[in-house]
Design a protein around this ligand. Structure first.
Ligand SMILES: [Zn+2]
Length: 952
């Protein structure tokens, strides 16, 4: 499209949203690189070629229907149907679909999945290796089966009832329970009040097949379906195949049911919902003001894009104010945020949405204070400095995205096309959208944003909805409708003054350190990668004048990314029990502090428009600085790292006090959740009740000593020579060395042996059992079994054997516990091999949240399958599938900077090359060798069982 003319059009668009009547706005052009078509029977398709990474593709089918289309006697069946898509279809009987996908390295739950929401159901087969034409055919066949070939067999329905019931149990939480029972009040007189996708368990457990069949036949029709294929495929060929295959599906008759949008009625008087649940951890209030949603038909207009952008800018600036305000000691709320989007579940209605988490017992004051800020923004608008930061942030994010345009993943395209099909969201090409936004962002005056803010903020009580969820406890004083509404009214009546934006206008570092020197550079011909231009290189190892080592590896795997890691000896093991709380909150407190001359908030403001970050953290035996940036902002990232490494953390008591208040609320009611009770028991049992590893409780917070944490940070970073720095990514090769000399070679370092810390691990030994009962609002059962040994050396081969054993076990569990016994919705098995400074440890873990009545069955299977493997019983076909998956994900890993960083680190630390022979080693592992791994782990005799069952 012609960009020159756009500026004028933009201004028209901007004018359009502030004046009321939108005239004919220009439309947003559709990306010409996606092939969109419609068959005679109404089916829509989107096909796009994309070869990053090569030999991969995504296959999606989106349905414009969901739970809102259910009749009263079908509640939950839209979602049930989605499950049945994996349990028998014309070309894939029973669970053959899962088994076939496994054979091409596509895992159920990871790459093969689906979701059902209120108005859409979307299925996907992702990360498909397109190495054979027949694979593409079979994936299209699966989409075809989903569209029109589900068998819905009685026997499979019976088995799936249990799985979905367990999915309901897993998702059952305080918030879910309250929302479900309050929905009718939030949607008076509307179907939305009774259509949570999970549905009613009495229907799930008892419905008769025809009710499911009826939904399928009525709604899964080509005119409601969109096929999306993106990846390393031939567009013409795939289009031809879609036409041939999907063209056979009959065209719906004229009497086919129409999708009718369910309207959400306006409310003249406020709707106030106050509810409580014993497991609700954090009280909050949410104020929503409903307004019309932009209809799908109007979304291709430029006005839609501009309006959305301006709303995002306005709420973003208000949210920044909220994070600044909460640091004031007398602020009655702990957190607040605002957003303008969909009203709860309904695409036909939008709402301005303000969420407020109060300090204890201050619900009304908190609501009043947060609402007052909303009024302040509406009345006085934002300042030029706030808006300047917002624009800078948007523009740098745009540049970052655009610079990586040749290396966008298939999933990025697919998600856009799914939303275009389902909701007519615009899909311009990245060139068009980049140029549009680059012109638009600087061209919109602040006054226009302020006008939008005024329009977003409500002036009267019409369409007002207030939701307040509380923890149910004895002697509690719950908020009242009158109290909440008068808080809002008082905020509306308050006399306000304009916001003052405090900024520190100086560079991150005013004086730069005296640079050191790179005294040696060795090129290492290992871990070789190739750039887009065909340049192959390994990595370099630099020795700096202060003794620090820097590993340097240039890649263009992500054109917008440079990663920094610095790993130093000595971590929390150097500190005693008295520092337990300080250690646990070390990185949070450091993060909440300021840096250099800047307070925490000043720092955030100073970094607006930069895409650079760095953190300082501590693990048991190491101290780490991790950072990332765009190529343009590498210097800023190195400055942040420099400031951390030179103990330039600035004490910011207000900000850390706010962190502590937040922690207090998070920790206080943690154990109201059954899952947290289980996690605590597991943790305590697995670490032999060592207080060092106990999870933090609210009582521990009084032990946090800010000054002590700052001293610890100083101690840990005192000697840069204890660190190895790694810089990897798309940095500029001609400027990186001077920057390293400036910011890393200049770090203070001592010629001394770094403190290493001592072995503090306290694993359980022998057979340990902790079975207990817990009473929750929804009866829940969870089991973990674990085995480990310290006798297996850390090698590439053993590490691969471990991963394979875990994955084979996971396949057995999926088949036996979920598919056959219907005892669980999700079940996990994993095995790994790790090395610390003191020991190598191989671990095998099985985890399963399950139906309480079937706990014995599930645990017996978990245990038996492991023993079977140890005894040499293993399905060779499963091993083959696991290899397929591992080789495929390995190929994907090669595209990640993080992978190379990890491989180089293992090589330099332990002298182990986990990369070069990876493929060969995977291929050579035999089924017997995997069994041997399990046998060796079990032989050590360390076995843990933690089981939680519901109390009566
Ligand atoms: Zn489900």
């Amino acid at each position: 499209m012609k960009m020159k003319r756009l500026i004028g059009i933009m201004m028209l668009a901007v004018a359009g949203v502030v004046t009321v009547a939108a005239q004919q706005m220009p439309t947003i052009p559709v990306d010409p690189d996606v092939r969109i078509g419609k068959l005679d029977n109404g089916l829509t398709y989107y096909i796009r070629h994309n070869n990053w990474p090569e030999n991969r593709a995504e296959f999606y089918i989106a349905q414009k229907v969901g739970s809102i289309q259910e009749d009263d006697n079908q509640r939950g069946l839209a979602h049930f149907l989605e499950h049945m898509a994996f349990n028998g279809s014309k070309h894939f009987k029973g669970n053959e679909l899962l088994r076939w996908c496994e054979s091409i390295g596509v895992k159920f739950g990871t790459d093969l999945n689906a979701y059902t929401s209120i108005d859409q159901t979307v299925y996907n087969i992702s990360n498909v290796p397109t190495t054979r034409e027949t694979i593409i055919d079979s994936c299209l066949m699966i989409l075809w089966d989903w569209a029109d070939g589900l068998l819905l067999e009685q026997e499979e329905i019976e088995k799936e009832r249990g799985v979905i019931h367990e999915e309901w149990r897993l998702r059952s939480s305080a918030q879910q329970r309250m929302l479900e029972r309050d929905l009718p009040k939030l949607y008076p007189g509307s179907k939305y009040g009774h259509r949570m996708p999970i549905g009613l368990m009495e229907i799930i457990d008892n419905f008769e097949r025809p009710f499911l069949q009826a939904y399928y036949e009525k709604w899964y029709r080509p005119d409601n379906q969109g096929i999306i294929v993106v990846g390393d495929i031939n567009v013409d060929q795939v289009e031809q195949k879609i036409k041939t295959m999907f063209g056979q599906i009959a065209k719906p008759g004229a009497d086919a049911a129409k999708i009718e949008w369910v309207e959400v009625p306006d409310n003249a008087d406020p709707i106030v919902v106050i509810d409580k649940d014993k497991e609700q951890r954090i009280d909050f209030v949410e104020v929503m003001v409903k307004h019309p949603a932009i209809p799908d038909s109007a979304k291709s207009s430029l006005e839609y894009l501009v309006t959305n952008y301006m709303k995002r800018v306005a709420s973003g600036m208000l949210n920044s104010r909220f994070s600044e305000i909460v640091q004031q000691p007398d602020c009655p709320f702990l957190q607040a945020s605002v957003n303008d989007g969909t009203y709860l579940l309904s695409k036909t209605k939008d709402a301005l949405d303000l969420v407020v988490v109060p300090k204890e017992g201050k619900m009304n004051e908190a609501l009043k204070a947060a609402y007052t800020e909303l009024r302040r923004a509406a009345e006085f608008g934002f300042t030029a400095t706030e808006y300047g930061r917002s624009k800078a942030t948007t523009l740098s994010a745009l540049d970052k995205e655009y610079s990586n345009k040749d290396k966008r993943y298939n999933s990025q395209f697919v998600n856009q096309y799914v939303q275009h099909f389902l909701a007519n969201e615009p899909i311009p090409s990245i060139d068009d959208s980049y140029q549009m936004m680059k012109q638009l962002v600087p061209a919109i005056p602040l006054e226009t944003i302020n006008t939008i803010m005024k329009m977003m903020a409500p002036r009267n009580d019409s369409n007002l909805v207030v939701v307040n969820f509380n923890q149910e406890k004895e002697d509690a004083n719950y908020p009242t409708e009158e109290g909440l509404l008068s808080a809002i009214n008082e905020a509306k009546a308050a006399q306000l003054t304009a916001w003052v934006d405090n900024v520190k206008d100086e560079p991150l570092m005013t004086t730069l350190p005296t640079p050191g020197k790179i005294i040696n550079e060795v090129k290492v011909d290992k871990f070789v990668t190739e750039t887009t231009d065909g340049v192959k290189s390994g990595y370099s190892e630099l020795t700096l004048s202060n003794g620090v080592k820097v590993v340097l590896k240039q890649t263009d795997l992500k054109k917008d990314q440079v990663l920094l890691t610095a790993e130093g000896w000595g971590g929390s093991s150097l500190y005693g029990l008295g520092d337990r709380a300080n250690v646990a909150l070390f990185s949070d407190v450091v993060e909440a502090s300021g840096l250099g001359n800047f307070s925490h908030t000043e720092l955030i403001k100073a970094l607006a428009g930069k895409v650079a970050s760095a953190t300082l953290s501590m693990s048991t035996y190491r101290t780490n600085v991790n950072g990332s940036s765009t190529p343009k902002d590498v210097e800023t990232m190195l400055q942040l790292a420099y400031l951390y490494m030179t103990a330039n953390i600035k004490k910011d008591q207000k900000s850390v006090d706010q962190l502590m208040r937040t922690m207090e609320v998070q920790l206080k009611n943690r154990l109201l959740q059954p899952e947290a009770v289980f996690a605590d028991s597991l943790n305590v049992t697995a670490t032999s009740h060592n207080p060092r590893f106990r999870n933090l409780d609210v009582e521990d917070l009084k032990d946090v000593d800010y000054d002590r944490i700052l001293r610890m940070a100083k101690e840990r970073t005192a000697n840069a020579a204890a660190f190895t720095f790694t810089i990897i990514g798309n940095y500029n090769d001609s400027t990186i060395r001077p920057l390293i000399e400036q910011y890393i070679a200049s770090l203070p370092a001592q010629n001394m042996i770094p403190e290493k810390g001592s072995d503090v691990a306290t694993d359980y030994t022998g057979k340990v059992v902790n079975d207990f009962k817990h009473k929750g609002e929804t009866p829940k059962a969870i089991a973990v079994l674990n085995w480990y040994t310290k006798q297996l050396p850390y090698t590439l081969r053993n590490s691969i054997r471990a991963h394979m054993a875990g994955q084979v076990l996971q396949m057995v569990y999926l088949k036996e516990i979920r598919e056959e016994a219907s005892a669980s919705y999700t079940v996990v098995a994993q095995a790994s091999l790790n090395r610390s400074d003191f020991a190598d440890e191989a671990n095998l873990l099985a985890y399963c949240p399950m139906k309480p009545e079937k706990a014995d069955t599930a645990i017996a299977i978990m245990r038996r399958a492991v023993q079977d493997m140890a005894a040499g019983k293993i399905d060779a076909d499963m091993v083959k599938k696991v290899k397929e998956y591992m080789l495929k994900s390995h190929a994907d890993q090669l595209k990640q900077n993080g992978y190379w960083q990890g491989r180089i680190s293992v090589w330099r630390k332990w002298g182990l090359d986990f990369h070069t022979d990876y493929v060969k080693t995977v291929q050579a592992i035999t089924p017997a060798s995997i069994c041997g791994f399990v046998r060796e782990v079990l032989k050590a005799g360390n076995e843990l069982e933690v089981v939680m069952l519901p109390a009566e």
